[in-house]
Design a protein around this ligand. Structure first.
Ligand SMILES: [Zn+2]
Length: 111
């Protein structure tokens, strides 16, 4: 068995999954990690945060080879980063689905 698939052996559903993967891979930014919203007080006594809610900040948290690292995301990048994190998750979900189909194909062949 070669590792190459022929389009003919793929169901329409699997072809659609693979096209979506290719589309994300070539057109979208993606970032692995989880987003965490935190609020903090800046420490300035006259700031509005002293009495009320803290300043909201967004962090991207990532497990990197066993250690956790994080990035503080500036306001102007929050939307694109949220988008990129979503794309990564979708990509991962799609890859799992295709792998699952491959698993079933493999089982079917063995018998
Ligand atoms: Zn403040």
């Amino acid at each position: 068995m070669t590792s190459r698939v022929s389009r003919a052996e793929l169901s329409a559903a699997e072809r659609a999954l693979r096209s979506r993967i290719a589309q994300i891979a070539s057109n979208e930014r993606f970032l692995r990690g989880t987003l965490s919203e935190r609020s903090s007080k800046c420490g300035k006594p006259n700031c509005r945060c002293a009495n009320g809610e803290g300043h909201a900040s967004l962090y991207l948290v990532q497990n990197h080879g066993g250690t956790v690292r994080q990035l503080c995301i500036p306001k102007m990048l929050q939307d694109p980063v949220r988008q990129a994190v979503g794309e990564f998750q979708e990509m991962q979900r799609l890859l799992h689905e295709v792998s699952e189909l491959e698993w079933k194909r493999f089982l079917a062949r063995k018998g």
